[in-house]
Design a protein around this ligand. Structure first.
Ligand code: SF4
Ligand code: SF4
Length: 391
């Protein structure tokens, strides 16, 4: 593994690869653990499919699917026993690579002096099992944001360089998914070490698995696999292709960057501001949102102080506080800032969209605000008589 993340060093697929059954999945978790990885993957907890440390593949959500709609998330049982036929859950991998709360330094009074320490908390070497294509793209976007410029987040760099990514191609998009519109799925993109596609049909329950990096190839060599047969490969490809045609949502077919730049005065922003609670949920669940704030804490004696870095949200009034007053005082200005940054000015800053179409912000918005619906309304406005009538 290189010292720095280089997503282009890994390819999305190589040969026709291998096939394995559920025993292979069980072996994969154990091989990763033996190699010293902390394995993190999807599991059912608290009525949702969350990302958590796995001791064995038995903890994967075999037989569980999800129903996703604006402001609504429900687990549902599946009859086919599939483990990965469920779309993005409430969390993303950013909670491990770019943690929500991180101590930056501490200071202790020793005699007459204050002694500062900035020792970084140690981080395990993660193996992320079941990274969806949209989330792999989101990791690549955070790589660019947090390590691609002059100011690099050394902590992120260390956690990311040590991480191994096992991708799962999507075969069951959710009702709020639109990765196709954003060019982020449902087939695996470059940047992962192993790529899997789950197949459940009359031939049985199996995984088509391909090595996509030297380390991925080494791990694959330790698994109980067989050469992939044409039936399995064809079924896997057909499932992924079918998933692309079953996206629950779509963005309007237009240049979204131009759309954002040309609609800053659209009346639709007032409409959405009337619904938005400015709670910031959408930014917390978004796999690419990266903003942070700092908080200093001290004990009552004044002998000990710490500085913490915490996730922040552009929906917070204090986020744009400059010289005593916030710049974005209205919900209208804060929602507009978030959406125009995601779909427009992110290109100017980082050379890509800031949205991968995972749909989390739609599902976890308490009032069901839907970024695709808002984009469509703005698009309609540009095509209508723009004399002031809001779509
Ligand atoms: S769009 Fe929804 S999730 Fe985001 S701040 Fe507004 S109410 Fe909260
Ligand atoms: S803006 Fe919404 S759909 Fe896009 S990446 Fe963020 S959470 Fe996912």
């Amino acid at each position: 593994m290189s010292a720095e993340p280089d997503v282009n060093a890994r390819s999305s697929s190589a040969s026709e690869g291998s096939a394995m059954g559920k025993d292979g999945m069980a072996a994969l978790v154990q091989v990763l653990r033996r190699r010293g990885f902390t394995v993190v993957g999807p599991t059912v907890r608290d009525g949702a499919i969350v990302l958590a440390q796995l001791e064995s593949a038995d903890e994967l959500p075999y037989g569980w699917g999800v129903e996703l709609e604006a402001g609504r998330y429900r687990l549902r049982e599946r009859t086919d026993g599939a483990a990965f036929a469920n779309a993005a859950g409430p969390q993303s991998w950013k909670q491990f690579l770019h943690p929500a709360k991180l101590r930056q330094w501490r200071a202790d009074r020793v005699g007459e002096e204050m002694v500062f320490s900035d020792e970084a908390p140690s981080s395990p070497r993660y193996a992320f099992l079941g990274v969806r294509p949209c989330d792999a793209r989101a990791i690549a976007i955070q790589d660019r944001v947090l390590t691609g410029g002059i100011h690099r987040d050394s902590g992120y760099l260390g956690r990311r360089a040590g991480a191994l990514l096992v991708a799962i191609e999507c075969t069951e998009p959710g009702g709020t998914c639109f990765c196709v519109s954003m060019g982020a799925g449902p087939a695996a993109a470059p940047g992962c070490d192993l790529v899997m596609t789950e197949v459940v049909d009359d031939e049985g329950h199996r995984f088509w698995i391909r090595g996509a990096s030297p380390e991925g190839d080494e791990i694959l060599a330790e698994l109980p696999v067989r050469p992939a047969d044409p039936v399995t490969c064809a079924a896997a490809r057909a499932s992924v292709a079918a998933a692309a045609d079953r996206m629950g949502r779509a963005m309007p077919e237009t240049d979204l960057r131009e759309l954002m730049g040309g609609t800053l005065d659209a009346p639709r922003w007032d409409d959405v501001a009337g619904r938005c609670l400015t709670c910031g949920n959408c930014t917390m669940v978004c796999p690419t949102c990266f903003c942070t704030t700092t908080e200093d804490v001290t004990d009552l004696s004044g002998d000990h102080a710490e500085r913490w870095r915490l996730w922040d949200s552009c929906f917070d009034l204090d986020f744009s506080l400059v010289h005593g007053d916030p710049v974005r005082t209205s919900p209208r200005s804060r929602y507009r800032q978030w959406m125009t940054h995601k779909l427009g000015t992110w290109y100017d800053q980082f050379g890509s969209s800031g949205c991968v179409g995972c749909g989390r912000c739609i599902v976890w918005c308490p009032v069901g605000i839907d970024i695709t619906e808002e984009a469509a309304a703005l698009h309609d406005w540009t095509r209508s008589d723009t004399s002031g009538e809001a779509p």
